[in-house]
Design a protein around this ligand. Structure first.
Ligand code: CA
Ligand code: CA
Ligand code: CA
Ligand code: CA
Length: 396
């Protein structure tokens, strides 16, 4: 339901733009230019004509403007949600930040009764993080669980850069804002020896940061691991692939070389070692833990849409790969958080593309899927966990 409203919003915006460009040449100012920056505006007439209501705060009721608005324009830095019910109820039309000119949607013509101004489209009527749940495992997977309740957790980043801890019990907690400066986020168990899962993040300048987990889904003061990580196209915490009891990191550089960064167990990494070359076409890697039951963490890599299984040798390398399947280019996030369905086998979670940004992604867009591991290196067919993976900037 929410999805169809979103797609309608896109179509209506495009139509309004086309009409505006045809009518524009004879006019000194474009329709809606009387709406000041920072405001959402509504007009009593079509195409930003008649009298104008402007607001920079949400309005649960519209007073004399109730059921009068015929066209509208969002000039806030966020999203404006136009509802046909008071107090942000009923149907709504989400207009993205800085998008479009005056708009007219016949289904809401003279029906708008409240206006909600928010940071992200999800905030119109949904949680800012995706719906997430996991079953409680009988034994700890050793990774994927940030708060120690034996349920796999998610880190969900919304489009405006807020990072949320989403526990296996569906509860979401804000970690903080500003995470859009991070171009890679990865986690896989404890890296500094306190038994709590930690987080690694690379920023736009190429610095790699260590965020110690506090065991409750948040993180303590970060410390710098090093600079120069912008040469890496994929960075994945993979668990203990060297069998020394310390979690490790695997990264692929722009030349296509795959590197091992052995963990020291103190939130740092020792001198890197070359694992392999020829990984230039690999667009994603993820550390799913041990998938084939030999006790050594394995690696998954996507190359030209194919997903490959690389069995860990326990010596910091990987044995001959095996094809899992094709068609994985629809994925925008691979999430390796252990045993999500509590059957004792590590699983893979994956999210497809956002249908809003990728209209050609088709019916597979906006899905969060479970690929249940069978403990022998294979997955069951994908199972849809949620269909509201939209307006997000990754899951980790
Ligand atoms: Ca948990
Ligand atoms: Ca830790
Ligand atoms: Ca293995
Ligand atoms: Ca499982």
């Amino acid at each position: 339901m929410k999805r169809s409203v979103r797609r309608l919003a896109v179509a209506a915006g495009s139509a309004a733009l086309a009409v505006g460009s045809l009518a524009a040449p004879a006019q000194a100012s474009s329709p809606g230019s009387d709406c000041p920056a920072g405001y959402a505006c509504g007009w009593s007439g079509l195409n930003a004509t008649g009298s104008m209501l402007k607001t920079k705060v949400s309005m649960a009721t519209l007073g004399t403007w109730d059921n009068r608005i015929r066209s509208y324009y969002n000039r806030t830095s966020g999203v404006a949600c136009w509802f046909d019910g008071a107090s942000y109820s009923g149907s709504f039309f989400a207009e993205p930040r800085g998008n479009g000119v005056t708009m007219y949607d016949s289904s809401l013509d003279r029906k708008i009764s409240s206006i909600k101004l928010v940071r992200n489209e999800r905030d119109c009527d949904d949680t800012p993080y995706v719906e997430w749940y996991s079953d409680q495992a009988s034994k700890a997977a050793g990774f994927g669980d940030l708060n120690g309740d034996r349920r796999a957790d998610l880190l969900s980043r919304d489009r405006s850069g807020r990072l949320w801890f989403v526990s296996g019990t569906r509860a979401g907690t804000l970690i903080g804002a500003g995470w859009n400066v991070m171009t890679a986020l990865t986690r896989h168990g404890d890296l500094n020896g306190d038994g709590r899962e930690d987080l690694l993040a690379r920023d736009t300048t190429g610095k790699l940061w260590f965020y110690p987990g506090n065991g409750y889904g948040k993180f303590g003061a970060r410390h710098l691991i090093g600079a120069g990580w912008n040469t890496m196209t994929t960075i994945s915490a993979v668990g203990d692939v060297t069998a020394d009891g310390r979690g490790d990191l695997v990264a692929r550089d722009t030349a296509g070389t795959l590197w091992l960064y052995p963990g020291t167990g103190h939130g740092a990494f020792a001198a890197r070692k070359k694992i392999d070359t020829g990984w230039k076409s690999v667009s994603a890697t993820t550390g799913p833990g041990d998938l084939n039951g030999d006790g050594h963490p394995d690696l998954l890599a996507r190359e030209l849409g194919k997903l490959w299984f690389y069995p860990g040798t326990g010596k910091g390398g990987f044995a001959a790969r095996r094809l899992i399947g094709a068609g994985w280019n629809v994925m925008s996030s691979f999430i390796s958080v252990g045993d999500v369905n509590a059957d004792g086998h590590n699983d893979l979670m994956a999210a497809t593309q956002d249908g809003f940004d990728n209209p050609y992604a088709g019916d597979s867009a906006n899905e969060l899927r479970l690929y249940a591991g069978n403990g022998k290196g294979w997955f069951a067919p994908g199972q849809i966990y949620d269909q509201d993976w939209y307006d997000l900037n990754g899951g980790f």
